[in-house]
Design a protein around this ligand. Structure first.
Ligand SMILES: Nc1ncnc2c1ncn2[C@@H]1O[C@H](COP(=O)(O)OP(=O)(O)OP(=O)(O)O)[C@@H](O)[C@H]1O
Length: 457
């Protein structure tokens, strides 16, 4: 594995550390100093490791640094002055933000070794976190149609998409609203032999009932009042390509018969026309309602259901793969970055936590919309839970495992004790009858962040 020898460094007192920095440069490290720009540290994420020389670092610089460090996907090492571990502010900084620390008496070759190991680990972590995308389903100018997900359930979905794409049979895509059914349909089309032809999506629930037949099958001039000219229907327009019938459960029963006839014969007849026209279209259909139930209740034709349901793809609800939330959030942050104010750098830990805690009834579409709105509305440099319209109390109503419940209770007890004690570590530890070290450990474990104006210990 080739390791990038690119390193950020921030130093409290440049001169004191000049020797060590030069030594590292001689050992092949490209040492880049993070510069203090007008609005804070300039963020450029090209290095996978960073070194903070803590000596002489003022509390206000530490505050600025924290925000920057959270933005970088790199591992941070602290070089400590002798008494740093006695200082609660430094201790909290090291335990919550740093991957490792060494005393300032460290020799160049020792720091070099530690940086190499950290850079290697950071690279491995980054590889693991790379979004495993189902290659762009459709090339568009906006690059809008990428499927992001790294969890086993999403990988299974990507595998299924690849399998069903290569055959020409109808596919039935089920899943809750906003889970990505249309994106799945597009991904199937894009991997099929029809990829170079058109992908046409119809929302059956949005078509006015009296116009459905003409919309789907087209009409001849004069077929009905207002039919002033011939119209090619959506099925015919998709000839050679793929037709995606969204919300198929909303198709009225009489239109279900016409669709069934088309699926059986691959021919259509325009309204008012006499000619049968052969159309070569692959049908993908989706619903977020229980179609089997609709069949039992007589609202959906059983024969059509079986015709459409040759191959099945189920798109999971977001709450079934919450581990993808962070990667999806980052993807949407990138996707809408042109709409955000320049100062906005990403998400706070609390925002990620709130996103993980939320149940997401509107699935990925809701996540996308909340992030897009937060990016416009946020006043700070990191998106906060309130910007997303989320509160920590909006917890999932799903049952927790005992371990999750314990964690949750521990987190809540810690947050309220910290708040009661104005984020002072000592009284919080006393109240919870644990050591101060335990409080620091728990703060790190639960990704909490003490307000920067609290200097308390
Ligand atoms: N895995 C994903 N990665 C990235 N974006 C996604 C993913 N899944 C869905 N999206 C985005 O979420 C939005 C909703 O997706 P889509 O329209 O495909 O959902 P749907 O299940 O068809 O919704 P509905 O049931 O309301 O028709 C779209 O903007 C889509 O690009």
């Amino acid at each position: 594995m080739s390791i990038s020898r690119c390193c950020w460094f921030v130093t409290g007192t440049v001169n004191k550390n000049r020797g060590l920095i030069s030594d590292l440069e001689l050992r092949g490290w490209e040492m880049n100093q993070l510069q203090l720009a007008d609005n804070g540290y300039r963020v450029v994420s090209k290095c996978s490791v960073g070194v903070i020389f803590l000596e002489g670092m003022t509390p206000s610089r530490l505050d600025q640094l924290e925000a920057v460090m959270l933005q970088h996907h790199c591992l941070w090492l602290a070089v400590l002055p002798n008494d740093a571990l006695e200082d609660a502010r430094h201790l909290s900084f090291i335990t919550t933000l740093c991957h490792g620390f060494v005393e300032s008496s460290v020799e160049g070759h020792q720091l070099d070794w530690l940086m190499q190991r950290s850079a290697a680990l950071a690279q491995l972590q980054q590889q693991k976190q790379q979004p495993r995308r189902c290659e762009p389903a459709m090339s568009t100018d906006t690059g809008e149609y990428e499927m992001v997900g790294t969890t086993p359930i999403m990988r299974t979905l990507f595998q299924t998409i690849r399998k069903v794409a290569v055959v020409d049979a109808p596919v039935f895509i089920s899943g809750e609203s906003g889970t990505g059914k249309e994106l799945t349909a597009l991904a199937i089309h894009e991997r099929s032999s029809r990829a170079s032809r058109t992908f046409h999506a119809i929302n059956c629930g949005a078509l006015p009932e009296q116009l459905i037949q003409s919309e789907l099958f087209g009409h001849e001039k004069g077929a009905f009042t207002g039919a002033v000219q011939r119209k090619v229907g959506r099925i015919e327009a998709a000839d050679g390509g793929t037709l995606f019938l969204d919300e198929i459960g909303d198709l009225p029963l009489d239109q279900q018969v016409n669709l069934l006839r088309f699926l059986e014969t691959q021919r259509i007849q325009r309204v008012g026309g006499l000619k049968e026209i052969a159309v070569d279209v692959r049908i993908l259909a989706a619903t977020n309602v229980d179609l089997e139930k609709a069949v039992k209740e007589g609202r959906f034709r059983e024969d059509l259901y079986h015709r459409l349901n040759v191959l099945q793809v189920t798109v999971p609800a977001l709450r079934e793969h919450p581990e993808d939330i962070e990667i999806l959030a980052s993807y949407f942050f990138e996707r809408f970055s042109s709409e955000k104010p320049g100062r906005l750098k990403g998400f706070s830990r609390e925002a990620f936590q709130a996103m993980r805690d939320y149940r997401w009834p509107g699935n990925i579409r809701e996540l996308l919309n909340r992030i897009r709105r937060a990016m416009v509305m946020s006043d700070s440099c990191l998106i906060q839970p309130a910007d997303l319209g989320l509160k920590c109390s909006e917890r999932p109503a799903i049952s927790h495992s005992l371990c999750q419940a314990r964690n949750q209770a521990e987190r809540e007890a810690l947050i309220s004790a910290l708040q009661r004690n104005r984020y002072k570590i000592h009284p919080t530890a006393r109240e919870l009858s644990v050591s101060r070290v335990t409080i620091y450990r728990l703060i790190e474990k639960h990704g909490l962040h003490r307000p920067t104006n609290e200097t308390a210990t």
